[in-house]
Design a protein around this ligand. Structure first.
Ligand code: AMP
Ligand code: MG
Length: 340
């Protein structure tokens, strides 16, 4: 398949959106920019179209997709009913990097929901994503536009690397701002449960809902036989080719730890480059959003540099760093070390 590459800018959004919308209406798949990461979009109401996403990504079929809309009013036909909590969260955080799970209506095919009785919905803020959903005239199922298991792409270059020849079109809308996938919260049970941390923090959710439970799989490896509340959490994820370990401790302790290891790469914060020979940086130590913005690119850059063994500075787990840690610990296959 020949993959068309279109660049969207302020002057041609409508033109590009209408071309992408045409492809989507006839059941094709298009990679689209969003503020979180690039998504691989298809008509969420067509099982046939959605199947092509799973094929292009090599995604396990029981891992459900997020359905993208431009307004809460478009959610009504997709769910049994909209809980009051969903309206309050949408009021505060939509459009933006928050996905909400609710019991699904019959309009949502099993392919989209991975066979579950619930559906995940999100309203992106990226102007190009919004224009494309509107032009398609249908809600769009869109998981991250990477080959399953690889870091999510935050720019069109990395989408091209993974998807060229496998999909109809890639729309280049520049660098994704948030850099990690959306926060996923399920409202299909009480109290609400955070399944995946993202740009909207657990603290922000609590400010609206009061109580929010953080699912065990956010920070810990599932024990064998344990069922994942979010099917995506059970798969190896976000992994570069290198063997990654998160090293806890101060910068000084980290430097001593790495000095004893010999041939390796470090994933460190900006300003720390001078202490290491082989490094890639991922944001500023005191700025979790800058770490989220850089993390997936940094993981791909480590591959490009041929890194075999990587020691990563610990991002911590407060605010947006819970999302950064959640991705990095999976990239590290849950390996951590303590530097003294
Ligand atoms: P991605 O589309 O690659 O960002 O992944 C979507 C994430 O949301 C995965 O971790 C899915 O398992 C999760 N997800 C989507 N729909 C549901 C649902 N109905 N119930 C639980 N988790 C879901
Ligand atoms: Mg993904």
């Amino acid at each position: 398949m020949q993959t068309k590459l279109l660049k969207a800018d302020n002057n041609n959004i409508q033109k590009v959106a209408s071309l992408a919308g045409e492809v989507l209406r006839r059941g094709g798949i298009v990679a689209i920019p969003t503020e979180t990461v690039y998504g691989l979009a298809a008509n969420a109401l067509s099982g046939e179209a959605v199947k092509k996403i799973f094929e292009a990504k090599g995604r396990p079929q029981d891992n459900p997709l997020i359905v993208h809309v431009t307004d809460i009013s478009e959610v009504t036909p997709l769910v049994k009913s909209i809980p009051d909590e969903a309206r309050r969260l949408a009021e505060k955080f939509w459009p933006g990097p928050l996905t909400m799970i609710m019991p699904k209506s019959d309009l949502i095919p099993d392919e989209t929901s991975g066979g579950l009785s619930t559906v995940a919905v999100r309203c992106p803020s990226h102007p190009v994503a919004r224009a494309i959903i509107k032009a398609a005239g249908v809600p769009l199922a869109a998981p991250s536009a990477n080959i399953s298991g690889r870091p999510s792409p935050t720019n069109a270059k990395y989408v091209f690397e993974d998807m060229n020849g496998k999909i109809d079109m890639i729309v280049d809308g520049g660098q994704s701002e948030v850099g990690v996938e959306s926060t996923v919260v399920t409202l299909a049970q009480k109290p609400a449960r955070l399944l995946r941390p993202g740009g909207i923090t657990a603290e922000q959710l609590k400010s609206v809902l009061g109580e929010v439970v953080i699912d065990d799989a956010v920070l810990h490896m599932l024990k064998s036989g344990e069922k994942a509340a979010s099917p995506g959490m059970k798969y190896k994820h976000y992994a570069p080719k290198a063997d990654v370990t998160i090293v806890k401790g101060s910068l000084d302790a980290f430097r001593r730890f790495v000095a004893e290891k010999g041939d390796c790469f470090v994933l460190c914060f900006e300003g720390e480059e001078k202490y290491f020979e082989n490094y890639v940086t991922y944001g500023r130590a005191d700025d979790p959003s800058s770490q989220a913005n850089r993390l997936f690119d940094a993981l791909r850059e480590l591959d490009e540099k041929g890194a075999k063994t990587v020691y990563a500075r610990d991002p911590g787990t407060s605010g947006v760093d819970l999302a950064v840690y959640n991705r990095l610990i999976r990239a590290a296959a849950f390996k951590t070390a303590n530097a003294k």
